[in-house]
Design a protein around this ligand. Structure first.
Ligand code: SF4
Ligand code: SF4
Ligand code: FES
Length: 364
């Protein structure tokens, strides 16, 4: 890389790519800079001021999330002035923000409290009752909003607009009354909201949280184990994290909720649809099939072994083909199967039963 793409960070010469911000460069170099309103999927707004850094030649501290790296810049990401700034900033945020980290973690990770602890931000600057209000009558089953924990960073509203493209929520009201709301404060169910849950995952304070685990009194974030897996609902193959309470169900474990992996780490870039994000309750549902069932002569279903069930299926298929011809059969497979499994289904249809009536919704 040429000299034109170098700058000095904390006394060290580092390279950068065109278009990178100072925050991008600093993170790549392993610096830990608070960045409460930053999400790499969103256009920077420089709203929270937590990511400020020192830049030679600039009297003021500059927002690293919104400042493009330029050749020859001399930048400091830490130091006494920045520590003073961050401590004061977090103390101001804490003035009308809940302080109890254990309680906050029932909703989700609270980056503000974590950074405030790290910078030993004073908690005795007086406490103001937040004037922000939520929408207590929102009957949507998935997204809960605790206005008192909101720092108005706008990540949720920008995500809803820039990534999800539906603008169901926005910053409303003025001054200390500013809050996140829908048009006229109506339920998300009555808006363009697609219940993707992206506003929850991008929220840095847990103000936006998954509603169902809260109502159920599920274990806090710190007691959950994240298990990375592939969503089984369609053929896209999105990556998601199952949050498992290993102590639930007498040690058998329970999936408490689904969260998105960090943006940039997976093919779906930390985005999910409503099914992948919220429809995991089938895992423990009492109606879930856990063993094959075969219908008896009297029409009732009874439990059976796999051998019995497969034999009954083969008899049924063969009976239809013999009586009405092979094209009386149709094989519908699932995008939840692997490519190999779908290959075997079409092989069964074509090679064994001699029909091309075979389909699978992802058409792989
Ligand atoms: S769930 Fe998705 S669509 Fe609905 S408000 Fe949140 S980000 Fe917007
Ligand atoms: S709800 Fe969360 S993401 Fe939205 S503005 Fe408040 S703190 Fe930011
Ligand atoms: S992350 Fe840069 S101002 Fe908020």
């Amino acid at each position: 890389m040429s000299h034109a793409s170098q700058l000095t960070l904390d006394g060290e010469v580092v390279v950068f790519a065109p278009g990178e911000t100072l925050l991008d460069v600093a993170k790549r170099q392993g610096r830990e800079i608070p960045a409460l309103c930053h999400d790499p999927r969103l256009a920077p707004v420089g709203a929270c001021r937590s990511c400020l850094v020192e830049l030679d030649g600039s009297r003021r501290l500059v927002p690293s999330c919104a400042t493009r790296a330029e050749p020859g810049m001399v930048v400091a990401s830490e130091g006494e002035r920045l520590t003073r700034h961050r401590r004061s900033l977090f103390a101001l945020y804490l003035a009308d923000h809940p302080h109890d980290r254990a309680a906050a973690e029932r909703r989700g990770p609270d980056e503000l409290l974590a950074w405030a602890e790290r910078y030993d931000a004073p908690r005795d600057w007086g406490h103001l009752e937040p004037l922000r209000t939520g929408r207590p009558d929102d009957r949507n089953p998935y997204v809960d909003f605790a206005a008192s924990a909101c720092i108005l960073c706008g990540r949720c509203t920008r995500y809803c607009d820039e990534v999800e493209g539906v603008s169901a929520i926005t910053l409303t009201a003025r001054g200390a009354y500013t809050t996140v709301s829908t048009v006229d404060g109506i339920s998300l169910l009555d808006t363009s909201c697609e219940l993707c849950g992206g506003c929850i995952d991008t929220c840095p304070t847990g103000a936006m949280a998954a509603k169902e685990p809260l109502l159920r009194g599920a274990a806090p974030e710190s007691e959950l184990t994240k298990v990375r897996t592939t969503c089984g609902y369609c053929g896209v193959g999105c990556q998601l994290d199952l949050n498992v309470d290993r102590n639930a169900h007498g040690g058998r474990g329970r999936v408490v909720k689904v969260t998105n992996p960090e943006p940039g780490t997976t093919t779906n870039d930390g985005n999910l649809c409503v099914k992948g994000r919220f429809a995991s309750d089938f895992i423990d549902h009492p109606d879930r099939l856990t063993t094959p069932l075969v219908r008896r002569a009297d029409g009732e279903l009874r439990e059976a072994s796999w051998e019995e069930a497969l034999a009954a299926t083969a008899r049924g298929l063969r009976g239809v083909a013999d009586a009405h011809g092979a094209d009386a059969l149709g094989f519908v497979s699932s995008s939840r199967c692997t490519v190999e499994e779908n290959y075997l289904v079409q092989k069964l249809a074509r090679a064994v039963f001699h029909t091309n009536n075979v389909h699978q919704c992802a058409a792989t």
